[in-house]
Design a protein around this ligand. Sequence first.
Ligand code: ASP
Length: 604
Amino acid sequence: MATSPMKTIGAGELRSSHLGDAVTLAGWVGRRRDHGGVIFVDLRDSTGIVQVVLNPEDAPAPEDVLHGLRSEYCIQVIGTVRPRPEGTVNDDLPTGAVEVVAETLRVLSPSRALPFQIDDRVEVDESLRLQYRYLDMRRPRMAENLRARSKAIGAMRRVMEREGFLEIETPTLIVSTPEGARDMLVPSRLRQGSFYALPQSPQLFKQLLMIGGVERYYQVAKCYRDEDFRADRQIEFTQLDFEGSFWGQEDVLSVLEEVVVEVVQELRGEKVALPLTRMTYAEALERYGTDKPDLRFGMEIVDLSEVFAATEFKVFSSVLGSSGCVRGINGGKLGLSRSGLDAFVSRAQELGAKGLVWMVVEEAGSLRSPIAKFLSDAELAAIKTALDGDVGDTLLIAADDARVVGKVLGQLRLDMGQPDDNDELAFAFIVDFPVFDVAEDGGLSPAHHPFTDPGDIETLVSSPEKSVSKAYDLVLNGAELGSGSVRIHDPEIQAKVFEVMNIPPEVAEARFGWFLEALRYGTPPHAGFAIGIDRMVSILRNEPNIREIIPFPKTQTGADPLTGAPGRVEEDQLFDLGIDIRPEVRAAWAEDAGQVEAEDPADA
Ligand code: ASP
């Protein structure tokens, strides 16, 4: 840490090599032991903690100041480093062999009584943590998360710079573009009734940069998506966004591998083995029931349709007769009672299955199951072989259309097998995504944004549901870290894709005419990717939620308990924007006026 006269060294930097040094420390009062005589203070700063000894006999400060020290007072200590007396050395602390005996103590700034203790071991309600985020981030866990985030971004930048990418900022007040989520809108004052959108990602700007001849672009970019909050989403988040010209999928994936290696090395000191696992979307769905498989454990889904090709068991034969499938997994030795096994059936039904069959491999090698009597010996034997059933194993079988079976068995697989600790890292590239996701009712919705190369155009037009795009994802421990694709660089194909995606030509022209126009000026083939930085760091830090990695996150309802955002604005601000709040909304305001007025900083 750079030093200044106010602070000559970091508290956490002191070691035995500093014995006898005169130092000036500055930081916060952590734990304090004051029994009326000598006072011991854990002085904490961004580098760590050191023990400071305040002996009233040395008069480092007036007695009332010494005994008035409280938690989180911001202080400065001038003193000398000395060895800790024998028997008091603390091996758990990097500075544990030394202490600083103070000659001068100055209170730089007192602190109010705290809303919670600055201690990782104390559970604190999250909204209180967010309301006092500036205190929360003094806790070691948060402080370390912020440092890890910074280091990860630094590692990413190193790779980008090494590979010749230019860091370029793109605007955050843009026009609304389709990327799958709802845009966050910002009203324009100068053009009342018009709105900027905040970018869901810099997608079209990075493509314009390729058209502009930049060839290699990157950015640590803020992105905004006005989504209903799901467990691990935020309306604003940060991506490492990059794009390259004269590039195909392999070029992108190899830069991504470099990024993964560098970031993991930086945050975990581990070497990730290359090449990263790679799997097609179809294979991921078949083997794991999801396009973001957790590959830290096996328990793969196995297709049993062959086993039951000629079955007399009606439930399976009718599913197979209507182009469904029968698949199973081996959950291993769960040792569950009948009710425990039946709980899988209810869970499967919750997940949308009509039913689920469980079987347990018994000592004699036979299968115990409510449906065993409906199956032939040959079928039972074939199930055991296909699922590699060992004595005591629980086998689960679902029969339905492939989507339902995948969803159900994929989730049961996670329920049974997902490790609690995240120490292992299982990265994978998922490639060959479909152009469209097919909904249960057969409806098509784009699987990636519409600027993705849709592969074969004939297929796209004749049977869009079968089209395979040049899109790929990066997955870590069952979470999607990011996605990218080879882009369309031919304006005719781009127009065709809009058409297939049910965006009529006049709408496409009105909304993206500017982009279609740009594509007409010698657009190089290009491809790119974006990694969610918050998510990547959260997994590498074993944090269950990206909010632990974001310095100032929003709550589940999109609110910031610290600043009160989103807040009301003054009537004349609305007037300037040409905005009227609908009467029913005002009525709702009035209803909770008492509460809102007390909370609303705009009224303060
Ligand atoms: N813009 C895309 C996204 O944010 C990533 C990409 O295709 O590069 O998901």
